[in-house]
Write a protein that binds this ligand. Structure first.
Ligand code: PXP
Length: 240
């Protein structure tokens, strides 16, 4: 029997639907409160530079109203650093960001950006924020994360979710390597009821962050049910 896997629920796409009409409904804060009730271990929200879903006000309100730890996903920009230092989320996950992309398409190039990231991650760490880097399952990127002394990396599961051959093996090896280096390993992107088990069963993975599928599924069965069902698949994979 393995340890229970943490589930972070990403609420970005509740804000996407709200913003489609420019009003206040549906509220990502209410979604976070429902996730809390449904047994989520954390809430994740990505404040994008173009504010296409989550807004600054959402982040302030989440910090004020939720009990669960908030994982703020953000690009490594000066503006985002100031917001993180001001709002002090439990964790900050640094992601690459391109304006034209539909979603975060690949992992952060920690190898190439190491020098600039060093200052950035140390500022966050100094203020007590747990820093994680969203990376592809690549040993060189994990080595670079280790050099930056970040406590956590989140492995990008998007390629695996697209069914690309060899990706599951890469994720398994990368998670193992993280554990050897003493880095906490999270994973996420594109996970669904159908593909979550093979990631959930990787023993070195401590947390999954799941958004789009859960919010989409909530249309059919409600958010609480969707989250509980996902939790069930994760627990089942771990033999709990
Ligand atoms: N983890 C990170 C770092 C992400 O950027 C995203 C997407 O915002 C997710 C997890 C969740 O991905 P999905 O919405 O596909 O479940």
């Amino acid at each position: 029997m393995q340890e229970k896997l943490r589930l972070g629920v990403n609420i970005d796409h509740v804000a996407t639907i709200r913003n489609a009409r420019g009003g206040v409904h549906p509220s990502p804060i209410n979604a976070a409160l429902i996730a809390e009730k449904a047994g989520a271990d954390g809430i994740t929200a990505h404040l994008r530079e173009d504010r296409r879903h989550i807004s600054d006000e959402d982040i302030y309100e989440l910090i004020e109203k939720i009990q669960l730890p908030l994982n703020l996903e953000m690009a490594a920009t000066g503006e985002m650093l100031q917001i993180a230092l001001k709002t002090k989320p439990h964790a900050a996950c640094i992601v690459p960001e391109k304006r034209q992309e539909v979603t975060t398409e690949g992992g952060l190039d920690v190898v190439g950006l190491k020098a600039s990231l060093r200052e950035y991650t140390s500022e966050l760490a100094k203020s007590g924020i747990r820093v994680s880097l969203f990376i592809d399952a690549d040993k060189k990127q994990i080595d670079a994360a280790k050099e930056l002394a970040v406590p956590v990396v989140e492995l990008h599961t998007g390629a695996y979710a697209h069914g690309i051959a060899g990706e599951l093996d890469k994720l398994q090896q990368a998670a193992k390597y993280c554990a050897e280096l003493g880095i906490e390993c999270h994973a996420g992107h594109g996970l669904t009821f159908n593909n979550v088990a093979q990631i959930a069963v990787i023993p070195q993975v401590i947390e999954l962050n799941i958004g789009h599928f859960l919010i989409g599924e909530a249309i059919f069965c409600g958010l609480e049910t969707a989250i509980k069902k996902m939790r069930g698949f994760m627990d089942e994979a771990r033999g709990l």
